[in-house]
Design a protein around this ligand. Structure first.
Ligand code: DC
Length: 224
C-alpha cells in the first residue's frame, strides 16, 4: 500500500447503433463539460483502414492483432491522427464502417484495444462513445446513456452526414448497409451492441441534436 488512492475519473458512456446521433451529441457534451472525448468507433475504422492498406484480411486474426499494437491514434481538434498524420474522411465512408464492423467482431482484436481505451479516462473526465462503452470498456461509468432511433431516421442522419462530407450516397443502399451493420454488431459473440443494465435509454427519432444534448446533460447533472 502506498497510501495514495487512484483518482476516480468520471466517465460518461454514450452507446447506440449507427445513426442514433452518438457522435454529435458526445462531442457537444464533451465540449460543454470541458472533458476529453473518445470516439471508439474511429479506432475500429482506423484499424480496418490500416488493414486494407497493408493487405491484411478482415478475418486474419494474428495480422489484425499485430496491427492493433502499431496503432498510434490521437484525437485532435482537426481530426483523427494515425502515427501523427491526419487520416481524413477515408475512414468515414459507409464502406469503412462496414469493414470496421467486421474487424470489431474478433475477440482478440477487442481485447487488445481494451487497455488503450481505458487509458483515455483522464482528468477532468471522459465522454466516450461506441457500442460497448457502458457494458464492457467502462462498466463503472457514472452515467450510461443508450441512444436509439428508427431505422429511417438513422439512415437519414447518416445520409446527411455523408453528403456533407461530399460523398455520393444512395439512400436505399445505405438503409440496407446500416441495418446489416447494426445486426452484425448486435449479434456478435463479444461485446455486442446492447444497453448496459443501468443505462438510460433515449429514443432520439423525434429529437434534434440540441434536445438530446439537454437530455444527456440533465442525466449528467443529476449524478455529478
Ligand atoms: O460508431 P462507428 O459507426 O464509427 O463504428 C464503426 C464500427 O465499429 C461499428 O459498426 C462497430 C464497431 N464498433 C465497435 O464494435 N465497438 C465500439 N465501441 C465502437 C464501434
Amino acid at each position: 500500500m502506498t497510501g495514495v488512492r487512484a483518482v476516480q475519473v468520471p466517465v460518461l458512456a454514450i452507446d447506440g447503433p449507427s445513426g442514433s446521433g452518438k457522435g454529435t451529441v458526445s462531442t457537444t457534451v464533451a465540449r460543454k463539460l470541458g472533458w476529453h472525448y473518445l470516439d471508439s468507433g474511429a479506432i475500429y475504422r482506423v484499424l480496418a483502414h490500416l488493414a486494407l492498406t497493408r493487405n491484411v484480411g478482415t478475418d486474419d486474426v494474428p495480422g489484425l492483432v499485430a496491427l492493433t499494437r502499431q496503432l498510434d491514434i490521437d484525437f485532435t481538434e482537426d481530426g483523427v491522427r494515425l502515427n501523427g498524420e491526419l487520416v481524413g474522411d477515408v475512414i468515414r465512408t459507409e464502406e469503412a464502417g462496414v469493414r470496421a464492423s467486421h474487424v470489431s467482431r474478433i475477440p482478440e482484436v477487442r481485447r487488445s484495444l481494451l487497455a488503450w481505451q481505458r487509458s483515455r479516462a483522464r482528468p477532468p473526465g471522459l465522454v466516450s462513445d461506441g457500442r460497448d462503452m457502458g457494458s464492457v470498456v467502462f462498466p463503472d461509468a457514472f452515467c450510461k446513456i443508450f441512444l436509439t432511433a428508427s431505422s429511417e431516421k438513422s439512415a437519414e442522419r447518416r445520409y446527411n452526414q455523408l453528403r456533407e462530407k461530399g460523398f455520393d450516397v444512395n439512400i436505399a443502399k445505405l438503409l440496407r448497409e446500416i441495418a446489416e451493420r447494426d445486426e452484425r454488431d448486435a449479434t456478435r459473440k463479444v461485446s455486442p451492441l446492447k444497453p448496459a443494465e443501468d443505462a438510460v435509454l433515449i429514443d432520439t427519432s423525434d429529437m434534434d441534436a440540441d434536445e438530446v444534448v439537454s437530455r444527456v446533460m440533465e442525466e449528467v447533472k443529476k449524478r455529478l
